[in-house]
Design a binder for this molecule. Structure first.
Ligand SMILES: Cc1cc2nc3c(=O)[nH]c(=O)nc-3n(C[C@H](O)[C@H](O)[C@H](O)COP(=O)(O)OP(=O)(O)OC[C@H]3O[C@@H](n4cnc5c(N)ncnc54)[C@H](O)[C@@H]3O)c2cc1C
Length: 407
């Protein structure tokens, strides 16, 4: 592809898809833009689904990210409720087949199809998962008449749902198969602080507890744990992560086993004229090597800016530091950088790691002597001060000096 593309098709009408359309226009794309969405809805925001929507503070409309007028203004044609079912790459033009049999031809394709919630084996149909607005509305309706909720999985989604249910006065039990809650996001040293938020918020937490089967409960849901214990609740949510659903790319020969493999600007490995971004895309990380999928709201927007410029052969924006947050039990957990690369954790502020209050605790994740990530609990102003250090991979001595200067 040389010069500007004539037609860009964006697959996925979520956050990343919408931001790509907006960024393409603001970067000067003149040609046609189409956006294809599996859900019959205009793009909406997912973070409130486990928070304000579930507590009842927000109605569904407030989660909307863009109305039809915004699409009209951008000059974007939306095909909603009509998922892409196949991609047939060509030399110059790619063909995208939609579920209703229609075919779209594009010289640039951007894939932002997100994830689907993972389920447990033999999970009954009335057990909830949470990924879409419809999922959230169904869970909220169920909580309206429930006295008790069983949450499977103590990651961020499980904990946020637990927190929202507690706000509604529902008794909550959380069952986590691993020994440490939120260990994938926070690691083994800081994960226990997320566990404390749960128990201090009135949740009954069972860690190292594997569910072996769902049983019968007269009303609601029952589960049996590996040690024989039985738990029951009026409503159950399984929050055990989410996976890319890429069966529609099966015919392309792409390796999609760990998300869509991409270069550092989102170009899909092995396929010219195709980009991927957001939760579904495993971008090459030039700072640390390897490929990584960020399941973060902020990354989808940051990556959309990079992809839009790359599609137009314009220089990329400055690199962004990965960032995510979780709101639970009246407190914001924030993570800058890539904690999973850390070899040790260095406390910077607060005493949460010594058994003191979780709120106000900030710590650095360090690899070699370099800061690769910083996490904070209810300490937004402090966390913000470490962004330049994480961006630069600064020595831990600098983080310690910053902590001393801020104390
Ligand atoms: C309940 C919940 C709470 C969250 N809270 C936070 C938070 O507090 N902080 C944070 O940093 N992140 C949070 N996230 C993550 C954040 O929302 C995601 O990182 C972000 O939405 C990713 O954007 P995306 O465009 O990659 O995917 P999505 O927003 O999931 O959009 C993908 C879209 O593609 C569509 N699609 C799928 N397959 C096809 C197909 N074949 N054809 C056409 N369309 C298709 C889907 O229907 C979907 O609408 C949360 C996520 C959830 C589910």
């Amino acid at each position: 592809m040389t010069g500007q593309p004539e037609h860009v098709v964006i697959v996925g009408a979520g956050l990343g898809g919408l931001r790509t359309a907006q960024q393409l226009r603001s970067a000067g794309l003149q040609g046609r833009v189409s956006i294809v969405g599996a859900e019959p809805r205009l793009p909406y925001d997912r973070p409130p689904l486990s928070k304000q929507l579930l507590t009842g503070e927000w109605d569904a409309e407030r989660t909307g990210l863009a109305g039809q007028d915004a699409f009209d203004e951008l000059g974007v044609r939306a095909h909603l409720g009509n998922p892409a079912v196949a991609l047939r790459p060509g030399d110059r033009t790619h063909e995208l087949e939609l579920a209703d049999g229609a075919a779209l031809h594009a010289d640039a394709v951007v894939i932002a199809t997100g994830l689907v919630a993972r389920e447990l084996p033999d999970q009954p149909a009335h057990v909830h998962t949470l990924r879409t607005l419809d999922d959230a509305l169904a869970l909220r309706a169920a909580l309206e008449t429930a006295d008790s909720l069983l949450v499977v999985g103590a990651g961020f989604i499980g904990a946020e749902v637990a927190s929202s249910a507690r706000t509604r006065g529902v008794a909550v039990t959380v069952v986590e198969a691993l020994d440490v809650p939120a260990v994938h996001a926070l690691g083994p040293q800081l994960g226990p602080l997320a566990g404390r938020l749960l128990t201090e918020g009135g949740v009954e937490l069972h860690t190292g507890a594997k569910i072996t089967r769902f049983g019968d409960a007269p009303h609601g849901v029952a589960v049996e744990l590996a040690d024989g214990r039985q738990l029951a609740a009026d409503v159950a949510l399984v929050g055990i992560g989410a996976v890319p659903r890429l069966d529609w790319l099966a015919g392309t020969g792409l390796d999609t086993s760990a998300g869509i493999a991409c270069g550092p600007t989102g170009r899909v490995h092995g396929m010219d004229g195709v980009w991927a971004l957001g939760d579904v895309a495993a971008w090459h990380d030039p700072a640390h090597g390897g490929r990584h999928r960020h399941e973060h709201w902020t990354s989808a927007g940051d990556q959309a800016a990079v992809v839009a410029r790359d599609v137009l052969a314009a220089p990329p924006p400055p690199p962004a530091v990965p960032y995510c947050w979780s709101d639970q039990f009246g407190l914001k957990i924030q993570i800058l950088g890539r904690p999973e690369l850390g070899e040790e954790v260095v406390p910077l502020h607060g005493t949460g790691l010594d058994g003191g209050p979780v709120r106000g605790t900030v710590a650095a994740y360090v690899a070699g002597d370099r800061v690769v990530a910083v996490a904070g609990f209810g300490a937004a102003r402090l966390v913000a001060r470490y962004r330049p250090l994480v961006a630069a991979g600064a020595p831990v001595s600098e983080a310690r000096a910053t902590a001393a200067a801020l104390s």
